[in-house]
Design a protein around this ligand. Structure first.
Ligand SMILES: [Zn+2]
Length: 434
């Protein structure tokens, strides 16, 4: 069977819109009755007045900062004004990683959690996960959401799930061999690191037997995805989402862009500057997401700050949902350097695609006098002589100049010197405001 839910995945555009509108009205009614945040925010808005998608698109946007303010020192503890169901109904505590500030606490009722798990069943099924798979998850999931959702959804699909949290990387590789793992959930960075470690252990990562890998946690540029596919001899899939809105887009087996998980979500891709106009196909915009089936933490028009390129409707796989053709990065990571707009993902694209001898890297931006200086530290597979390093350095600089329009000061480290990350990699540091 190709689809997890043949009905939901092949609805006409018109039906998708109808279901979305019906569900957003229900969500608004619930939010205004039960969630102090919306009681205050929607004083002038009556859910009955929302009659069309155009009305929905006039509702105010919310972002992470709004959620923080609604929780910090607010009752009831710990979810504050964002709590959408009575505390007795909350069965699960999750939180954001807090990399950009105070973490957001997210309550899930049993029902809301099952809704998230069902969305994840779509994601895994679409990536070819089946009941015959043994799925290895090489992380301790702690209070973060992603791997818990994947874990529960893989179980619901009927896969055998093997959690590998308390082991080190070597232990995890041995465990994958021991249980004959066929699939895994991973981060792009850790997928590369595991392959490196396996090779050092004398094991070709292709011989481990992983056939499909679903990545989470970090942007996955095309070049990195292809590198992972080659290294592991596996199909590698991307998805997009977050703790607050859930995962709302994922790749099908065509692996050309991501399907938006309609009709479970209403996703708008808005002009980055003005936030008041939906972009056209092929344009970049910021994703604004409304998860339509969650009551414990209702979100209406949440600005994810994910920058994506709007794709077409329709895909050879037969699903009818709207697509995004590229995840370009996070609005938080967009920087102006010497007047040029820069996203750190562009460096990753160049290095992973064209320089297989580079295993790790780090980008630091600093202010020297009145000028911005960008340094790129590169870690090669093997130690390099002065001449080889100089030649490589000038080639990298040329390619980066073409891609980013910026010049980098390039330095080399010894193999293994740069930090390795398990969850969120921090390869980009902007020290200008410190
Ligand atoms: Zn498709």
């Amino acid at each position: 069977m190709q689809y997890w839910n043949p009905f939901a995945e092949r609805l006409s555009r018109e039906k998708i819109s109808k279901i979305q509108l019906k569900n957003i009205k229900k969500l608004l009614r619930h939010a205004k009755q039960n969630t102090p945040f919306y009681k205050e925010r929607y004083t002038d808005i009556q859910p009955e007045d929302i009659r069309s998608m155009a009305d929905v698109k006039n509702l105010p946007l919310i972002d992470k900062e709004d959620l923080r303010t609604a929780q910090e020192n607010q009752n009831p503890f710990p979810f504050g004004k964002m709590q959408g169901v009575p505390f007795e109904a909350v069965t699960t505590f999750r939180q954001t990683s807090g990399t950009t500030g105070r973490p957001v606490y997210v309550p899930e009722s049993y029902e809301s959690w099952q809704w998230r798990v069902e969305v994840w069943c779509h994601i895994l099924w679409m990536a070819g996960f089946r009941e015959t798979d043994t799925v290895f998850v090489p992380f301790g999931y702690n209070v973060y959401v992603a791997y818990w959702e994947g874990h529960y959804a893989a179980e619901k699909l009927g896969c055998m799930v093997v959690p590998g949290g308390a082991l080190d990387t070597k232990g995890r590789i041995n465990k994958m061999l021991e249980v004959k793992a066929t699939a895994s959930l991973n981060t792009p960075t850790y997928g590369i690191h595991m392959a490196e470690t396996a090779t050092k252990m004398g094991i070709d990562p292709k011989d481990i037997g992983i056939k499909r890998m679903l990545c989470a946690g970090e942007p996955l540029p095309q070049a990195t995805r292809q590198r992972l596919e080659e290294t592991w001899g596996a199909e590698v899939y991307d998805h997009i989402g977050g703790t607050e809105p859930c995962a709302w887009g994922a790749m099908c087996r065509e692996r050309k862009g991501l399907h938006i998980m309609e009709p479970y979500f209403l996703v708008e891709i808005l002009d980055m500057e003005t936030l008041d106009r939906e972009v056209d196909e092929g344009e970049l915009g910021v994703a604004v997401v409304t998860p339509l089936g969650r009551r414990s933490f209702p979100l209406v028009r949440f600005n994810t700050k994910d920058i994506v390129r709007k794709g077409s409707n329709g895909c050879p796989c037969g699903r009818t949902s709207m697509m995004i053709s590229e995840v370009a990065g996070r609005a938080d990571d967009l920087r102006k350097i010497r007047g040029v707009l820069f996203t750190p993902v562009s460096v990753e694209e160049v290095l992973r695609k064209e320089f297989p001898m580079v295993t790790e890297y780090e980008v630091v931006v600093e202010k020297k006098g009145i000028l911005d200086e960008i340094s790129l530290t590169v870690e090669p597979v093997e130690e390099m002589g002065v001449e080889a390093a100089a030649a490589l350095s000038s080639r990298i600089n040329e390619r980066l100049k073409v891609k980013t329009n910026l010049r980098f000061n390039i330095a080399f480290t010894k193999p293994g010197e740069l930090p390795r990350y398990t969850l969120k990699a921090k390869r980009f540091k902007d020290l200008r405001e410190m």
